[in-house]
Design a protein around this ligand. Structure first.
Ligand SMILES: O=C([O-])CC(=O)C(=O)O
Ligand SMILES: [Mg+2]
Length: 575
């Protein structure tokens, strides 16, 4: 006999009952108590934790006499802190989100600096690597290549279609700097959306984490008996293109009010799908535009500090990128705005930027280059290939060195010393994620530059005392941008995400430093203020959407800036 396990509730406790397959649970009658009504039971057992209703208050006597929400949050935090390993903390928080979503988000909002690195970068990287092993419950939506031709049907299985406003979609092909993780990329979509909720007050039930499964080329996963995805290599690009066309079309049909964030697609796909869809649907790519926007913002503040020390005009900065993938080129494109804001032409702005990839300096005469590198490829160099980073620095004489290479240790002592010889305050941004792939550590940058480096990294580093002074590392991570950008897009019901909106998000972030933060030489605001920052960013984004004619909420146009900010804050969800 085949049996199925059917969950039911008894005295407020969830249990499992074995019943023969085909036999249905007792049909509900109007007199069935709520806790025994299988329809209610189904809601409670909804596979998507963010969609589950808050658990009903238990009847008197079913909870300990002194259980109280404010004390319980202290208890949860203590339980969290009692775990030694970050991955255990991640698992604990995932379970808490499932069991008590409000408590989970309350902990996040109240302890942003402590919890963000656990639910997001860098711990989420480990969670992805181990996802098929630490998996406990369904969360989010999985669409596989096997669903081609019926993607709409799968999407319509989402239980709260009407409420859906924001989806993070990954195909797992380039998770952080960890490479192709296939369906194990799901925690990235989940983690980003947790930050939307905690950082911008997006309602949990309006978030849709999605992982597309187009196979994986990760041999280790293909051989892992616990791997949760399709056991096949990635499908060819042509097949994926058809899949993506159907996917985006069905997404817009099923969820007419949804903003889509593409996340961690391999470089070629990241660029291809952004340009294929951005004029047709409200979509942006976090790794190209979010990272670009956040680095532009930090760079604007860093350049001011650096120029004060050197006396050079802002328009004279020279930026060298190590790494020319989607993030590197995305950031380079965004940094063009910095120079244009200083009055340089497009051509002049481009000449302030140099790219280095795995084969060294990117220049026209080097030979065939990938499409996305062409724009920044140097036309003014025709010597032999230049591969040594110190040589390249001595040739380019950059004021800023930005790393998006995922090569740990690439910014070594000679590199940073050379930067320091050229600049009284060199800008050093090792932006690769997670932390163990960072081009250098904060302490190294401080030591080798004798405390002069203006530093921001993709993953978090602790603050550091050096030569009797406290130094604060910036975190140039797109987490500062995407929650506010998304909030602005949702509230103004945008039809598209324009370049102007991304630039506005970036300027909004740059201008959000308080006088105290400036006093400490910070290039990014403190993460504890993320809700205020997100509201400011959202306002800038809404104004830019209105200017670009991309918005669909005319009622926001008549509000003055103060009223708009109040309105944005009033729409934020609180746990
Ligand atoms: O997730 C992060 O921490 C930043 C990001 O988008 C990436 O590295 O791909
Ligand atoms: Mg990413």
């Amino acid at each position: 006999m085949t049996i199925v396990l059917t969950p039911y509730w008894a005295n407020g406790v969830q249990k499992l009952k074995v019943i023969p397959r085909g036999e249905s649970p007792t049909p509900p009658s109007p007199t069935t108590p709520l806790s025994r009504n299988p329809h209610i039971m189904l809601t409670v057992m909804n596979p998507v934790s963010a969609l589950r209703p808050a658990p009903a208050r238990l009847a008197h006597g079913l909870t300990p006499p002194a259980l109280d929400d404010s004390v319980h949050s202290v208890r949860c935090l203590a339980q969290l802190r009692s775990k030694d390993r970050n991955i255990e903390k991640y698992i604990y928080l995932t379970q808490l989100k499932d069991a008590e979503p409000n408590m989970f988000y309350k902990l996040c909002v109240d302890n942003m600096a402590e919890i963000t690195p656990l639910i997001y970068t860098p711990t989420v990287g480990d969670a992805c690597l181990q996802f098929s092993h630490i998996y406990r419950r369904p969360e989010g939506l999985y669409i596989s290549i096997k669903d081609k031709g019926k993607i709409g049907e799968v999407l319509r299985n989402w239980p709260r279609i009407d409420e859906a406003r924001i989806s993070v979609v990954t195909d797992g092909s380039r998770i952080l700097g960890l490479g192709d993780l296939g369906v194990n990329g799901m925690p990235i979509s989940i983690g980003k959306l947790s930050l939307y909720i905690a950082g911008a007050g997006i309602r949990p039930s309006s978030t849709v984490p999605i992982c597309l499964d187009l196979g994986t080329n990760n041999q280790k996963f293909l051989e892992d008996p616990l791997y949760l995805g399709l056991r096949q290599p990635r499908v060819p690009m042509e097949e994926m293109n058809e899949f993506m066309e159907e996917f985006m079309f069905e997404m817009s049909r099923t969820f007419p009010n949804l903003l889509v964030q593409f996340e961690d697609f391999a470089t070629d796909k990241a660029f291809a799908y952004l340009s294929a869809f951005r004029n047709r649907y409200p979509v942006f790519n976090d790794d190209i535009q979010g990272t670009g926007g956040v680095v532009l913002s930090g760079f604007m503040n860093a350049a001011k500090l650096s120029s004060i020390a050197s006396g050079r005009p802002l328009s004279d900065h020279r930026i060298l990128f190590l790494g020319a993938g989607s993030a590197g080129v995305g950031v380079a494109q965004q940094l063009m705005s910095f120079f244009k804001l200083q009055g340089l032409s497009q051509q002049e702005a481009r000449e302030r930027i140099w790219l280095v990839d795995s084969q060294g300096l990117v220049f026209d005469k080097r030979g065939k280059l990938a499409e996305h590198k062409l724009y920044f490829s140097r036309k003014d160099y025709d010597g032999p290939p230049m591969t040594d980073l110190v040589d390249i620095i001595n040739y380019v004489k950059p004021t800023a060195l930005l790393g998006l290479s995922t090569i740990k240790g690439a910014f070594n002592e000679p590199v940073i010393k050379t930067m320091s010889e050229l600049n009284p305050r060199p800008i050093i941004f090792p932006l690769s994620n997670p932390v163990r792939l960072s081009e250098c550590e904060f302490t190294e940058a401080l030591e080798w530059s004798n405390g002069t480096a203006i530093f921001a990294s993709g993953s978090p580093f602790p603050e550091q005392e050096f030569n009797g002074k406290m130094h604060y590392p910036g975190q140039g991570n797109n987490m500062y941008i995407f929650p506010g950008l998304g909030l602005g897009c949702i509230l103004s019901k945008v039809k598209q995400v324009t370049d102007g909106m991304v630039e506005a998000a970036s300027l909004g972030l740059a201008n959000s430093l308080t006088p105290e933060e400036k006093e400490l030489d910070l290039v990014y605001p403190k993460i504890e203020r993320i809700r205020d920052i997100s509201a400011e960013i959202a306002r800038s984004v809404i104004r830019a959407a209105q200017k670009d004619g991309a918005d669909g909420a005319p009622e926001l146009k008549v509000m003055d800036d103060e009223a708009l900010l109040r309105y944005i804050k009033s729409r934020m969800w609180n746990p």
